[in-house]
Design a protein around this ligand. Structure first.
Ligand code: GDP
Ligand code: GDP
Length: 439
């Protein structure tokens, strides 16, 4: 499971600037999806082989008169508690303040791996000016400049270095067929996740196995259905109790993110009686960002009238437009309506995510696409696409090689995407197209 880094510090020290630095690589990939709502407090990043989740605890504003704990937003406090490592951000120019001392006191009690950083340290001489920060009793302080990107790599190294992370497994390209489909059911509290899962687990066609030992990592329930192996991943707000799943009250963004990351396919359950809420759109955004396949199910379809149905279809169109590639189902978990077709979509989405796209086929498709519509000239140059190969799975990545490819427009990329999707029947999975220019 991906480690979680929480950024903590009083307002104005540069947390969101640092957050943007730490999540930049992923941002670039998903930037051009229309309608994508992003929760700017949770993001994902990668350094070298290691991927991580970052939380910007913007709400961490200690108020001396009312006590730091009361003032912390509940989600923020929970997020810090769930984080693997805390990055405590200080302002190298402003020096220590009373608020810094309060936060330090809170963090010392938390006894969680903590990295102390003095931000805005560009152009400052090492050492001397930072010595006062040792007063906080949290160890070494690292000088960084979030605005200029200085020291940020070392910061990530230090943060991840405290965690004894195992080397990430190399993505095995090929023999996925026998592996179980890792399925996560995500959604807001009360969307009907446990009702749906228990309906499934009660099915005759589904052979549930006993749960092996639980670890800190995802709790999964293995089962088999019509010969296909699955692993159901425990999601935020869900816990297994004996043979059934029970909803627990707390919703945790961190757990949701981790479950999404662990899954191959995410079934996103939306409560029809509530419409598409901000939280739904955020979860959908995380799924897209992590590249997982997704199946959308609008639950409690039995409990809404025609007018509500129309409104709902419209809000799916407008708020979840970036998930157009996802199969959409209208179901009632409680009345067991529309449940069976979900399986077909889940399996199809998994197949699409792990589909193999041979270089000759990709290159032929690319050539046909160019013949059909040549990319536009920009100034004196026209992008020249030469060949394409597959660069990854789950999500599938298509890498196009050629010259002046930075000139390929987003509209042209979408045109290519549509053709690739059609040819390989890529339903339910995000698809990434990367351009590699050789000069
Ligand atoms: P937050 O409230 O902790 O999230 O802080 P912000 O990221 O919004 O930054 C507060 C202010 O500090 C902004 O004006 C930033 O441009 C500035 N800032 C952030 N990082 C740096 C830095 O490395 N050097 C300098 N000089 N200013 C910075
Ligand atoms: P969870 O928090 O996502 O696990 O949601 P639950 O499965 O606990 O369901 C929340 C509430 O919605 C419960 O009272 C369920 O009985 C109800 N519910 C679940 N599915 C449906 C459905 O398809 N139709 C209706 N009308 N109610 C449902």
């Amino acid at each position: 499971m991906k480690p979680v880094i929480a950024l903590v510090g009083r307002p104005n020290v540069g947390k969101s600037t640092l957050f943007n630095r730490l999540t930049k690589s992923r941002d670039a990939i998903v930037a051009d999806f229309a309608g994508l709502t992003r929760d700017r407090h949770y993001g994902q990043g990668r350094q070298g082989k290691h991927e991580y989740i970052v939380i910007d605890t913007g709400g961490f504003e200690p108020d001396a008169t009312r006590g730091i704990f009361k003032e912390m937003a509940k989600q923020t406090q929970q997020a810090v508690a769930e984080a693997d490592v805390v990055v405590f951000v200080l302002d190298a120019r402003a020096g220590l303040s009373g608020q810094d001392h309060e936060i330090a006191q809170y963090l010392r009690r938390l006894s969680k791996p903590t990295v102390l950083v003095a931000n805005k340290a560009e152009g400052m001489k090492d050492g001397a000016q930072l010595s006062e920060f040792y007063e906080l009793g949290l160890g070494e302080v690292m000088a960084v400049s979030a605005a200029h990107g200085q020291g940020v790599r070392s910061l990530v190294d230090a943060a991840l270095g405290m965690l004894n992370l195992p080397e990430p497994e190399e993505e095995i390209f090929g023999d996925d067929d026998q592996r179980p489909v890792r399925l996560a059911v995500a959604g807001r509290p009360n969307a009907g996740k446990s009702t749906l899962i228990n309906t499934w687990l009660g099915e005759e066609r589904l052979v549930a196995f006993d749960m092996p030992g639980t670890t800190r990592d995802a709790i999964t329930v293995p089962f088999e259905r019509n010969g296909q192996k699955f692993e159901l991943i425990d999601t935020a707000g869900l816990r297994r109790k004996g043979r059934v799943f029970e909803a627990i009250e707390k919703f945790s963004v961190v757990k949701t993110l981790q479950a999404i990351e662990t899954a191959n396919v995410v079934l996103l359950l939306i409560d029809a009686t509530q419409g598409v809420t901000d939280q739904d759109a955020h979860i959908a955004g995380y799924i897209l960002e992590s590249g997982r396949s997704v199946v959308l199910a609008i639950n409690k379809w039995d409990a809404v009238d025609d007018y509500q149905r129309q409104m709902l279809e419209r809000s799916i169109e407008s708020r979840l437009s970036f998930l157009k590639f996802a199969p959409l189902h209208f179901i009632s978990a409680q009345k067991r309506q529309g449940i069976e077709p979900l399986w077909k979509s889940i399996i199809q989405a998994h197949r699409a995510a792990t589909c193999k796209m041979p270089t000759p086929v990709l290159t032929r498709l690319l050539m046909e696409a160019i013949q059909f519509q040549t990319p536009k000239k920009v100034g004196a140059y026209r992008p020249k696409m030469r060949y394409a190969h597959q660069g990854g799975m789950n999500p599938p990545v298509i890498v196009i090689h050629g010259n002046s490819l930075e000139l390929v427009t987003d509209a042209y990329k979408r045109f290519l995407e549509t053709r690739f999707r059609k040819e390989f029947n890529l339903v339910g999975t995000p698809l990434r197209i990367e351009m590699k220019t050789s000069h």
